[in-house]
Write a protein that binds this ligand. Structure first.
Ligand SMILES: O=C(O)C(=O)[C@@H](O)CO
Ligand SMILES: [Mg+2]
Length: 259
């Protein structure tokens, strides 16, 4: 059966951040992911996880100046020192939270910077991050993101991510396969999961259009989840969706998967 983690940056936003752990556990989740932990002490987050019997399965490295529009810096030539400092901080949190995945965001492609230079920068930064993270039991992951939600994001397709992962080694770097982004950019999501399955270290889900819960849009989720399960994917699927209404009221789709 597929295993779903609540993304508590997008779900349970009716509550303050630290109270969302308990709400996720009460709703039947065994694991959570979120975007960024850095406004909160790692020890406090670790306590919430423990108190509620939850595993932390993914969070993002520091993205740069988010409010100014930055979305990571791993592919940006000239930002290597900042990337490394941020990744070290993320790794400290991962250790405190026993979290096995860190999402490394590649960033927005600046005008005039050659695509190949960005690919080379991303590959070099990822190789460095993997050397540091591997011995700690953490796998950095990269995620192709659609250009409607994040115009100009460097990493856009699953094939582009796969080429970079293959160059470094799938045992060191994984793909964060977000079915929502794939549906928008590429479609044919089951075939693309099949193609990239050995590289996929984490998945995420939301329906389209709207990025709301499964069942609110165009995708036949029972079919997709059955196929993912039959293919043998045993990682976590993060529910990275914005509930259309109140979070718990929108969890009907999850009843079959609570386990
Ligand atoms: O937007 C997404 O999809 C993510 O997974 C985030 O981590 C990046 O904004
Ligand atoms: Mg995602």
């Amino acid at each position: 059966m597929p295993r779903f983690a609540a993304n508590i940056s997008l779900m349970f936003t009716e509550l303050p951040f630290l109270d969302r752990f308990e709400a996720a556990a009460k709703a039947g989740f065994k694991a959570v992911e979120f975007l960024f932990p850095y406004d909160f002490p790692a020890a406090e987050i670790a306590r919430r996880l423990k108190d509620n019997g939850l595993s932390q399965v993914l969070f993002n490295g520091p993205p740069g100046d988010w409010n100014a529009g930055e979305r990571g810096q791993a592919a940006l030539p000239g930002r290597q020192a900042e990337f490394r400092e941020g990744f070290r901080k993320a790794l400290d949190y991962a250790a405190a939270l026993s979290c096995p995945r860190i999402h490394v965001m590649s960033g927005l492609a600046p005008a005039g910077v050659p695509h190949d230079a960005m690919t080379a920068t991303l590959a070099a930064n990822l190789a460095w991050a993997a050397e540091l993270a591997g011995p700690a039991g953490v796998k950095p992951v990269i995620e192709p993101i659609n250009h409607r939600d994040i115009p100009g994001f460097f990493l856009n397709t699953t094939d582009q991510a796969a080429a970079i992962i293959q160059a470094i080694g799938p045992e060191k770097i994984g793909m964060q396969f977000d079915l929502y982004h794939c549906q928008i950019t590429e479609g044919d999501i089951v075939k693309r999961v099949e193609k990239h399955l050995p590289l996929i270290a984490h998945m995420q889900v939301a329906d389209n259009p709207g990025r709301n819960e499964p069942g609110t849009g165009e995708v036949n989720w029972p079919f997709v989840f059955d196929r993912i399960d039959a293919l043998g994917f045993r990682g976590w699927i993060g529910c990275e969706y914005r509930p259309a209404g109140e979070t718990v009221a929108g969890l009907g789709w999850f009843a079959t998967y609570k386990g």
